[in-house]
Design a protein around this ligand. Structure first.
Ligand SMILES: Nc1ncnc2c1ncn2[C@@H]1O[C@H](COP(=O)(O)OP(=O)(O)O)[C@@H](O)[C@H]1O
Ligand SMILES: [Mg+2]
Length: 377
């Protein structure tokens, strides 16, 4: 009873166990091949397609897991090199049971000494540095890299949301990081980026430090038929069933983006009784439930925008799927907002935090569930 209540095969966290992981066979093979060949990789795609999931999945493959020390640092929350270093240190120290790493860390990291301790009981190293405890981020970062570089097994460091370095408060971060990374002989770097434009600039412009330093790899949506079969198999393996027309409807509504597929089917699964089947006509009940679950956090989020930003978000949400020409006369007149200059100001603030994204010259709400919530608001 309890088990049935908890088990849902549609996982919503970035680490999806093998059993519940859908496809990505080719991408897994390719990424593993690059790692085994000692190549740095720049992996980019739209958001929420499964880049982070793919990396974690590769890290779990025996041919990687058994021969490499693997770390993944998500630098999305970082606004500076200092913050990035703090996140990196946290990830490395959290995995200090990697053979030899603990000792090396104790010996090798001198710049943040007071934050490092040793727990006799558990024989593990403790780490308690906050951002304020890292007075010399460059030194600390280099020390950590040197420790990893000296380990017996080679190391893979995946830096997730790497395009964030472009917003760092320090100048010349790109040049600095490139030099620091280049010194490492025993570390493979994987960089991921969600915004193809910035990530392209980092790796594809001949005048940029990271130019040609990594093989470019991209992923797209999971194939529709493959996802459909996966969804049916997941339902049936746990004594439930789903009409494939509903899987297709979810897939089409969100253009196949993995995160939304998983979110909808997780809810669809929850709404299906054991031994029962969920139908295409249940789409609205599934989607309404999801919007309702988000209501509290979206309200909270929405309340923090300025008045101008609020009316702009509402106006964009009301436009079509492709987005809105926010500074066109037609748009301003229709929604009673303007002038163009103030719309532009609101736009750049919203864009900076990825609440809206560009689709050519049009602006879209990035989170499609948020968009539909705004429509109902
Ligand atoms: N192959 C997969 N099978 C099942 N679920 C997946 C798969 N890849 C990703 N997901 C789900 O989709 C969500 C978004 O994927 P994520 O890797 O975070 O995307 P990205 O890093 O590209 O933004 C994850 O939280 C996970 O729940
Ligand atoms: Mg990610």
């Amino acid at each position: 009873m309890m088990e049935n209540a908890i088990k849902n095969p549609f996982i919503l966290t970035p680490y999806v166990p093998e059993k519940y992981f859908c496809d990505r066979d080719e991408e897994t093979a390719l990424l593993c091949k690059h790692i085994l060949n000692g190549r740095n990789v720049a992996l980019f795609s739209e958001r929420r397609l499964g880049k982070t999931g793919l990396i974690r999945h590769c890290f779990e493959q025996p041919r990687i897991k058994n021969h490499f020390n693997c770390f993944l640092v998500d630098i999305y929350p970082a606004g500076s090199l200092k913050e990035m270093t703090a996140l990196f240190a946290k990830e490395v120290f959290a995995n200090n049971t990697v053979s030899g790493l603990g000792d090396f860390l104790l010996k090798g990291i001198k710049s943040i000494r007071p934050s490092i301790g040793y727990n006799e009981l558990t024989s593990t190293i403790t780490f308690s540095a906050g951002i304020g405890d890292i007075p010399e981020p460059e030194k600390t970062l280099e020390e950590i890299l040197a420790v990893l570089d000296s380990l017996k097994k080679p190391t893979v460091v995946a830096i997730d949301e790497f395009q964030r370095i472009r917003d760092f408060s320090e100048k010349n971060t790109e040049a600095y990081l490139r030099t620091a990374f280049q010194k490492c002989k025993n570390i493979i770097f994987i960089y991921t980026g969600s915004i193809s434009h910035s990530i392209n600039n980092i790796f594809k412009s001949p005048d940029k430090p990271f130019y040609n330093s990594a093989v470019m790899m991209t992923i797209s949506v999971i194939d529709k038929i493959v996802y459909r079969e996966f969804a049916k198999r997941m339902f049936r393996s746990l004594g439930k069933d789903i009409d494939e027309a509903l899987v297709d409807r979810c897939y089409d509504y969100f253009s196949g983006v993995t995160w939304y597929n998983q979110l909808l089917l997780n809810e669809a699964f929850a709404q299906t009784d054991k031994g029962g089947i969920i139908l295409e006509t249940d789409f609205d009940s599934v989607y309404d439930a999801i919007i309702a679950q988000q209501d509290f956090s979206y309200r909270e989020l929405f309340s923090r925008f300025s008045e101008k930003q609020k009316s702009l978000l509402l106006a964009i949400a009301k436009e079509g799927k492709e987005g809105a020409a926010v500074t066109s006369k037609e748009f301003m007149l229709k929604h009673g907002i303007g002038p163009a200059s103030s719309i532009q100001t609101a736009c750049s603030a919203l864009k900076k935090n990825y609440f809206i994204t560009d689709n050519g010259n049009l602006k879209q709400i990035s989170d499609l569930i948020f968009r539909d919530w705004l429509r109902k608001y």
